[in-house]
Design a protein around this ligand. Structure first.
Ligand SMILES: [Zn+2]
Length: 407
């Protein structure tokens, strides 16, 4: 297959050219012109998204999401690779649980996948620690003392190998009592992020998930990387006060949005991730909804809309959604270049349409962005195979593990 049109070149930016894709699903060659039959791209060709933070709830909560439904949402939203978080049932915290989840993903996922593994005290002394092909270790503060939380972070970052991704909220500042309104949930955790990050080890092994506050950004530990989610850039308590928008870390203030935007634009926050966290519509509609906002299908389209509106440089989005997460996790992907997987999206910046619930594929059946203008990709290729077109899935299964061994 040869695709021809405007494409995002990793060094030169948007440029007219051709991409030849081999039968093995890798990009063979990128050149100004090529002989042979070509398919014309309408709009432009970008590297597809790589979302290093999703909760596909499988195994354990198939009513909320499965590898089939979650990966369908990803593919239709221009995301061809994901990393799933370990808070499934059973939790992904051992080689056995890892193998079970990897099998389920390989049997049903349309997109390529990695798995995060839950970190706990002493994990670096397990015989399998250096061998399990985890995307990263993930540390949650829930139900832990600050001393244990900090000690585990120190232990795992000092051990080297895969990165440690933390949920950066201080356990003693997390009040789990049910809030009656959204602002209360935010108030409960006002200091949780800044105080957590102030005590975390300064280590290039550390990655801070879903950064949400101006103070957290200012206090990022030296050497650490961070990600931001669309909901912490685009939503805040003034614009969204419905209790179903409860999410951890919570929605914050316009001041926090502005600081995160500045950090995202200049690359201090390198990575864009969705923290796709679906729940049942009736759970979200209850008086005490569980925390989480679905977002894997709307992440790239909402941010492309920001590009179209002149609020974000296209090159920065390409970096944040494709190059930076790949680089962070040590994967050779995310660029339209020879040897990289042909994970590509066709995007027309003039083709905005409102987010419509009936067109989304997650079992969440809800989105805080309903009715927002977004630019969905027209065609999506995963390793050269067309997996989505015009918001409809074109393939089933076929996803492969992104990590097969530790470096
Ligand atoms: Zn999460």
């Amino acid at each position: 297959m040869i695709l021809e049109g405007r494409l995002w070149h990793p060094q030169n930016g948007l440029t007219e050219g051709c991409v030849a894709v081999g039968d093995d699903g890798a990009i063979e060659r990128v050149a100004k012109t090529m002989a042979g039959r070509k398919q014309r791209v309408c709009g432009m060709l970008l590297p597809a998204g790589f979302d290093m933070h999703v909760h596909f709830r499988d195994p354990g909560f198939p009513q909320k999401e499965t590898w089939a439904s979650g990966s369908a949402a990803a593919a239709c939203g221009g995301v061809t690779a994901v990393v799933d978080m370990p808070n499934t049932q059973p939790p992904t915290d051992s080689p056995t649980a890892f193998a079970t989840k990897a099998q389920r993903a390989a049997a049903a996922s349309v997109v390529d996948f990695g798995l995060g593994v839950s970190a706990r005290p002493g994990i670096s002394r397990e015989a399998w620690f250096g061998e399990l092909p985890a995307a990263f270790w993930k540390l949650y503060p829930y139900g832990k003392s600050w001393e244990d939380y900090r000690a585990t972070a120190t232990e795992v970052t000092a051990a080297g190998g895969r990165p440690l991704v933390i949920h950066g909220e201080h356990p003693s500042h997390i009040d789990m009592s049910p809030p009656t309104e959204l602002a209360e949930h935010t108030a409960h955790r006002r200091l949780a992020e800044a105080e957590c990050l102030a005590g975390m080890p300064a280590s290039p092994q550390l990655h801070v998930a879903h950064l949400s506050t101006a103070d957290g950004l200012a206090g990022l530990p030296a050497g650490a990387t961070a990600e931001v989610c669309p909901h912490h850039l685009l939503l805040n308590l003034d614009a969204c006060d419905s209790i179903d928008c409860k999410v951890d870390p919570p929605l914050r203030t316009p001041r926090d949005n502005a600081a995160l935007w500045a950090g995202f634009r200049d690359g201090r926050i390198a990575v864009l991730a969705s923290d796709h966290a679906p729940h049942l519509p009736e759970e979200k509609a209850s008086d005490n909804p569980p925390s989480g906002i679905p977002g894997v299908e709307t992440m790239v389209p909402l941010m492309l809309q920001q590009v179209s509106a002149g609020r974000l440089a296209l090159g920065r989005l390409v970096n944040a959604m494709a190059e930076a997460p790949a680089d962070r996790l040590g994967l050779p992907r995310g660029r339209i270049a020879a040897g990289q997987p042909a994970d590509l999206i066709e995007v027309d910046l003039k083709a905005a349409r409102p987010v419509a619930l009936e067109q989304l594929h997650s079992r969440a059946g809800w989105s805080p962005y309903e009715g927002w203008d977004a630019i969905f990709p027209q065609r999506v290729w995963r390793r050269g195979e067309l997996v989505a077109a015009d918001g409809e899935l074109q393939a089933s299964r076929g996803g492969r593990p992104l990590f097969t061994a530790q470096p």
